[in-house]
Design a protein around this ligand. Sequence first.
Ligand SMILES: [Ca+2]
Length: 243
Amino acid sequence: MNRLHGVLLWIVLFEVCVLSNANFRSGVLRIVSNFTNKLVTTETNVIDRKYNITSLIWCAVLCFSNEKCVSLFFLSDTHVCQLHNVLFVDTTDADDRPDTKYFQITEDWCPYDKGYVVYRPLALCYKIHEDEVAQAQAKLTCQDEGGILAMVKDETTFNHLYDFLRASSTIRQKHFQIGADDIAVEGSLRWADGSPVTWTNWAQGEPSHDTERCTSMAWFYYFKWNDIPCSHPVGFLCQIIKP
Ligand SMILES: [Ca+2]
């Protein structure tokens, strides 16, 4: 893989045969170039680590074959393939490690070139916006990208977003708006797609005020929910559902 040195963005499209069920699926492997020669060594988000993997393509096949795999480190000198259930976004969480490359896997329906991350078990992809804006602007920004504010309709979705937000230092201590509000009818919380909110994950003592009609995942509540004023500028999460 030495020929890839110096390539800032390398995308390869290929068909992956999933040996367990013989289905063919198409996937995209995208280098996360700012992590070149860096390795995240914390074990928290490792879902598998394989040795004697001599090629990047084989490492990618292992990742595509594991539905929870979101990203991989490939150590080309020692032939180690390390799979993760999240995408890391902060290089300060990684150690220097020569001959290492980091890749995000994604699918062609997910606009990874705009910063979206696919999570196959939920058939959705999502994007963190760290810029802090009021809910109306957050909604517009998601719409401009072909998405909507993220809907956290069940515990499985929450757990994945929790893992993702907790995995990187720069986002671990920020609040993120999600797409639940009761702007239309006070006291009747609805998701961004208009469906009623049935599963909730409020932090203790929340929701706290009738005037707080939008919702954020609050870092100081370990990303459990806090009702907030809709005019309050906060980061936000967009999502795109698999067509
Ligand atoms: Ca509140």
